[in-house]
Design a protein around this ligand. Sequence first.
Ligand code: HEM
Length: 224
Amino acid sequence: MTYMRGTLIRNTTATRINHWITGACFVLLMLSGLSMFDPVTFFLSGLFGGGQSTRAIHPWIGLVLVLSYCGLIVQFWRDNLPSRDDWAWMKAFGRVLVNEEEGVPELARFNAGQKFVFWSMTLLIPVLFATGIVIWDVYFSPYTTIETQRIAVLTHAAAASAAILVWITHVYAALWVKGSMRGMTQGYVTPGWAWRHHRKWLRRLVAAGSRGPTPRSGGRARGP
Ligand code: HEM
């Protein structure tokens, strides 16, 4: 793919495909999961061909999500490691909320909010997977007890509720910070966007003479 002149590569094509497979799976899991959660939302099972097929298909989508999210972990974990800037960013959160960058510290590739989303999902998705296996009756009911399944179903619903809240925050932030969506749809951002929101990332790219992550760098920006 060719990127517009003067722009920076935020995410490679492979990263974006990986991200949107994860996003699509999450939305499908949320809709099918909600339909099984309460009679009020049961009507959502119509989207999946009825109650029985929703129950059959939900765990398989979960499996795809787990594999897909592993791909995101591999590509993003390094840039999500905690740093001193995270505290400073959190202290300046009031300014971030009103889109005022004066007094907000310079940041590398991700801010503390993005890191929170990353690590929350990294914790919640394995919990959903493990508890999901326990309640995947067709294959695993002979290996568990009803008591274990009761705990698993409760934990599964609690983890799903937390993941949905984290996801809402993620989508809200993605829409709120103008230019971020393009970084995940078309793959590029402007130098102005990088200067405003991720100045350390921009400085590193400039120092390395790079336009951003390449497929060969595993989706990560090269540089110091
Ligand atoms: C379906 C709606 C979604 C939208 C609109 C969306 C939007 C975005 C955008 C715009 C970015 C780029 C942020 C940047 O370049 O600074 C991003 C990054 C990311 N997204 Fe999503 N996303 C969605 C779903 C998900 C889901 C369901 C997950 C995980 C389960 C996820 C995990 C991530 C991760 C790990 C990153 C990299 C940033 C980080 O590490 O925090 N996204 N998303």
